[in-house]
Design a protein around this ligand. Structure first.
Ligand code: SF4
Length: 359
């Protein structure tokens, strides 16, 4: 899922594990996952299954899976993937992180079982490193988004981002990780940009997997950046880790989930699973903040987001905010996808000019 592997790989390295990072998702990964999945299952499942199969091909003899509570199909995916892989004849060990039982405790046990390291100090340090890196990866993406929208030379911000991700990947302690981020910000500060360029601001929300993962969302953030848009990604992995994995003592501020739940209240009364509530709350928030527009991403057949997609029309009307919902699946073509983004950006640009002229 996007760059999440950077945080997890460093924890496994710290614990002295022999592990495989599967190749980054490609069309082959998706074909492999789709071939062994029910047709109507959602895109993230197909990709995760494809990732597992490519990891097994690369030598992994155990896989870590998450069983998560909630009202969507995620809770079934661990069993489904386990059965699919067994039916294919692989003798792969399954280590289940059953978040129904408890979050940090399960993470602790999963790391111990997967790495064979029973030292509690090492495991706690590894969990801390994962949490710190997830926060820093999201911070880095925010910085990148600012510079990408204003770069003078196309592609120059991306080159720095690639270096920055490598620095974060190599850091082995929270301190080194923070230094890596600082160094990366310095590199961005040296980039030639058009500081006063009037960029458009677009909030990105939707189902967490497709929002975070560049392959499944057709690299939407870079495509928008190319069009001179600063993207504000509202659904981040750090929202989730901060809400569910960090001890209550460290939660000094209202979490993203708590905030958007209140904002969504006029449009939806209860949680329908996945990130549907967050998507609606994020769109309301964008309207309140007079953001130029919202891109709402959802995987084909994602039950919670189908509900939020239908509610988005009401949010658009009530809060005067343009929302483009884009359904992602294995048949989504890049050219058509980019055309829709370009049309949306044209629309919100004209809308902003009209609003400025009327002021
Ligand atoms: S939120 Fe949607 S896409 Fe994600 S696991 Fe649940 S049903 Fe699938």
């Amino acid at each position: 899922m996007g760059n999440t592997y950077i945080a997890l790989a460093s924890a496994f390295r710290l614990l002295g594990a022999d592990f495989v990072v599967p190749p980054y998702s490609t069309k082959r990964t998706l074909n492999l996952g789709s071939k062994h999945s029910p047709e109507v299952v959602c895109l993230p499942y197909k990709l995760v299954l494809g990732n597992y199969l490519e990891a097994i091909e690369a030598g992994a003899d155990a896989v870590l899976m998450i069983d998560s509570p909630g009202t969507c199909r995620l809770g079934q995916y661990s069993d489904m993937a386990r059965n699919a892989i067994r039916d294919m004849g692989y003798d792969t060990k399954f280590i289940n992180l059953d978040l129904y039982k408890g979050k940090v405790f399960e993470l602790y046990n999963g790391f111990r079982e997967a790495t064979g390291n029973n030292n509690p100090v090492d495991i706690i340090r590894a969990i801390e490193l994962v949490l710190v890196k997830i926060d820093l990866l999201d911070e880095l993406d925010n910085v990148y988004s600012y510079y990408r929208a204003r770069e003078q030379k196309k592609g120059s911000a991306k080159r720095i981002q690639t270096k920055a991700l490598k620095l974060l990947d190599e850091a082995m302690t929270p301190g080194e990780s923070r230094k890596a981020l600082k160094k990366s910000v310095e590199l961005f500060l040296g980039l030639a940009i058009n500081e006063h360029k009037p960029v458009l601001n677009v909030d990105l929300t939707g189902e967490i997997y497709v929002v975070i993962d560049q392959f499944s969302n057709m690299d939407v953030e870079n495509e928008l950046g190319r069009l001179g848009v600063q993207v504000h990604r509202k659904i981040n992995l750090s929202n989730w880790t901060n809400a569910f994995l960090k001890p209550v003592l460290f939660k000094l501020e209202e979490t993203h989930g708590e905030k958007v739940k209140k904002l969504a209240r006029d449009f939806i009364k209860r949680d329908v699973g996945g990130d549907a509530l967050e998507s609606i709350g994020d769109a309301v928030n964008a309207g309140n903040n007079k953001t130029d527009g919202v891109i709402h991403l959802l995987p084909f057949t994602c039950m919670p987001e189908i509900i939020s997609q239908n509610i988005m029309h009401n949010v658009t009307k009530a809060n005067n905010i343009p929302v483009l919902s884009l359904v992602m699946d294995e048949f989504t073509g890049k050219a058509g996808f980019v055309t829709r983004l370009e049309a949306f950006v044209d629309l919100i640009e004209r809308r902003r000019e009209l609003l400025l002229n009327n002021c």
